[in-house]
Ligand binder design. Structure first.
Ligand code: TYD
Length: 198
């Protein structure tokens, strides 16, 4: 099974992914956990470029770099693992590109959908957990950590990204499950387990 975790920075998806990874391991499943951008040596190099505050990257180049990192990860890690029946958990995937580069930056979402299709070789997650969090709580959580290049873009941008995630979720109800991320870590994880029915 292929599962992605999505949401705005600070929504807690990395914590939840780790919890699910450990839980599935305890149950005896084979699990691979990856993050985007990243997950292969080349994709991690692209990640460094993308998140480095000193880099001034044009919107289109940024989009293509995210897609290049994704293509590598899908081809080398995710697709082979899915073919072997391994659980694949990914921290961010196609919906992040639609939300950040599409709804956030304002790039054409039709083009992004096409690039996502190419980069993923048409492999989409069986389930996506969208950890939904309002901007007010995002801001409280931000104040305690160092911001990277994309996170420092400001409130207007982040609100557009949140609205984007909400639209994407309502357009993909067969795949995307909305989880209330304002709850405690334990409650969020309980919700995720309930939805997975594992
Ligand atoms: P990361 O450190 O993984 O953020 P977080 O831990 O908060 O999830 O950095 C990824 C950043 O890249 C994050 O701000 C979202 C952004 N991003 C995009 O803009 N487009 C994408 O397609 C992806 C995968 C991430």
């Amino acid at each position: 099974m292929f599962i992605s975790f999505e949401g705005i920075d600070g929504c807690g998806k990395t914590t939840q992914l780790k919890l699910l990874n450990d839980y599935l391991n305890e149950l005896g499943y084979k699990v691979i956990a990856v993050r985007e951008p990243g997950g292969t040596p080349l994709s991690e190099k692209i990640r460094e470029i993308l998140l480095n505050k000193n880099n001034n990257i044009s919107n289109i180049a940024e989009l293509l770099l995210f897609e290049a990192a994704r293509a590598e990860l899908i081809h080398n890690i995710i697709k082979p693992a899915c073919n072997e029946g391994v659980f694949v958990l990914t921290d961010r995937f196609i919906d992040s590109t639609l939300a950040y580069q599409g709804y956030g930056r304002g790039l054409d979402t039709n083009y992004i959908n096409i690039l996502n299709t190419i980069a993923t070789e048409m492999l989409i997650p069986d389930i996506t957990f969208y950890l939904q969090l309002p901007l007010s709580i995002v801001k409280q959580r931000y104040s305690i950590k160092k911001l990277d290049r994309i996170e420092q873009l400001g409130e207007v941008f982040l609100q557009k990204v949140i609205d984007g995630f909400d639209i994407i979720a309502s357009n993909n109800t067969e795949r995307i499950i909305i989880i209330d991320a304002t709850q405690s870590i334990e409650k969020v994880f309980q919700n995720i387990k309930n939805k997975l029915k594992i």
